[in-house]
Design a protein around this ligand. Sequence first.
Ligand code: GLN
Length: 286
Amino acid sequence: MTALSSGQALRMAQHALFGSDTAQIDAELLLSAALGATRAGLYAWPERQLTPAERGRFEALLERRILGEPVAYLLEEREFWTLRLRVTPAVLIPRPETELLVETALALAAPKGAEALRVADLGTGSGAIALSLASERPHWQVLATDQSAAALQVASDNAVRLGIRNVGFRQGSWCEALPEGQLDLILSNPPYIAPGDEHLGQGDLRFEPASALVAAEQGLADLQAICNAAPRHLAPGGWMLLEHGFEQGPAVRQLLAEAGFSGVRTLADLNELPRVTLGCLEIQGD
Ligand code: GLN
């Protein structure tokens, strides 16, 4: 085997991944994982020679990436909010636009200051939303639910790795795993893609669990199930925040209004697409 330097390996990978919009960053991430180096380190020492073991690891990762496997699954990690989360093919890969749910929840709760709010993240997957909120507000009691035992294992493992103690985990579908009438805030990033949508055959989505992506009724079935059941589990004045597809704003606003929520509105994500809809359960007699 001829010698290969880190700089050459990077160029080889970028060339092999040509055509992907993320070729450069993917090449950097895979090479830094194979070498146990930082991305900056790759550029600081481009003449570093790869050992046969490093080269073997790098080529194996690159081959899997060429076949389409998401980088997050190859590296078994993804950053979300301020956290580095472990991810496996049992969970959806956390997306930057989902940080809008976290940001909105923190802003809504700001007037409550040091109150120990009770919060639930339904369909937590890797735990991204629940763990972000719990790390920002250590005095909150956060409950993370998922129907999938494998996903809950990933989420609770993330809590342990990150030393986050104020999150509990429960298995169950949507509101079925919740206690009655006690929460201040329910959040969810449920599946919302319509069956047969062309995006399911593209990019990372091909490798992610369909149960985390696809919902019946044009992608609205799970959003509807959550809206219908949530009021029973919220304290008066409690909030619900839902992520949804960029064309689903009007439908989700209607679902929330029909379920009795008020102050219903939709917020745009970092790509300026309608992404999160929220509503408040009015205090009786107001
Ligand atoms: N936002 C994801 C996507 O469109 C879908 C995640 C979901 O269905 N909740 O790639």
